[in-house]
Design a protein around this ligand. Sequence first.
Ligand code: CS2
Length: 472
Amino acid sequence: MTLSAATLRDLPATLHTPGYDRRAHAPGVVHLGLGAFHRAHQAMVFDQLLASGDTRWGIHGVGMTRPDLVNQLRAQDGLYAVRVADGLGVKWQVPGALWRMNVAATERDAVVQAIAAPSTRWVTLTVTEKGYTPSLAQLLLDGLRLRQQAGLPGITIASCDNLQGNGHKLLALVKAAIQAKDTTPQDAEVLRWLDAHCAFPCSMVDRIVPAATPEVMAAAHEALGVQDHCALSTEGFWEWVIEDRLADPADAALLQSAGVRVTADVHSYEEAKLRMLNGSHSAMALMGAVTGRPFIASCIGEPHIRSFVHRLMGREVAPHLSRSDWADYRDALIARFGNPYLKHSVHQIATDSSQKIPQRWPPSVLGQIAQGASFEHHALAAAVFVRYTLGVDEQGHAYTLNDPQAGSLMAMGAAQGTEPAACVQALLAREDLWGSALPGHAAWTARVTHWHQQVLQHGVDAAIQQLLQEEA
Ligand code: CS2
């Protein structure tokens, strides 16, 4: 037996399950980028709102390319279990907010129609850093244009990806799609309508949701008594901070009632999260990949890596943050990274490093440079990234670089055994990775080159130990 609407009532009574009618209403939210994260984060916020009796938060979930998850979720009527587990305890829950599903690549028209549906009030997005393409903008635009032509109300379009100023980026992308060709009077009308009636708030979302493992599926089976091919595991912690710029201003109080922070100041939360959490994640992921440690918890469990991450955040990231409670945030992060229930694969986080590093590291390095302060931790992290492009760990096991830039990164990194300094220079020269200010910076290049030599000669662990001693 498998989890579905029919088997929902057979689940153990201790499990939190949807008590509301999942068929009576049309979805009010279209989510683009249906994956693990959305299902264990926003979908659980919307589940709370639905449970409170507000029927407008059902989700039409859209997988962008691959059909497998959508097919599995369809077979389970959009139901899946979430294990929420950390030092405070373990509990299972079945959120019920996911009502419809499509795949954008093969069912584009259904997605456009969903965005244009009268019941739709929100579009949320987690399409990853590399998903902000003209074709995404065109998809949104086609749906929004239909709304405007039909005289429907505007909607809130909330980017929830790990990009600084994600709402601004998305709005600019959609406007660029309108202006890409000679604009007609109708285009000008859409632009006016977008500005007047739609909102593109920036938002910061946070919850660690690893790709599910067979162990999670087995635990789900045991907890539910039925199979669940879409089960997930996450931590208790979650945060959603969204800019107070919503198409329907009344949504602010509703979201707040479900624990979302609605504020004018998303920026300070975004920058802290990207540089502290995601910046540390990328550093540990690359260290784990090269040293052969499989999970984030196995990295932070090593005292030298834990000290490295603690200092990276406290010494090189925090001085440039506007979030004043950064010390508590840092300590909470270290505890979250160590959560033994989250088997968060280092290779999953190292995926798309070329798209992630630009948001995560350069702002802190530039901040340190501007203050004449040390950026050694970031330089070592960058050196490990160069080492990572070799595609083989310190035990000699090969791994795949899962990255849109994999080909060019591996080609540039290939000669690091024979021409290490030239390889470092070539990789540090790339503005797509480091922005426009860091490439060519002599001291930065010198320090990354130094740490890269240490990594090649003595290994990542010894290099970290050396850094900890030198910068005690
Ligand atoms: C991670 C994020 O995979 C990654 O790049 O850093 O998915 C991280 O787990 C989330 O942003 C946490 O909120």
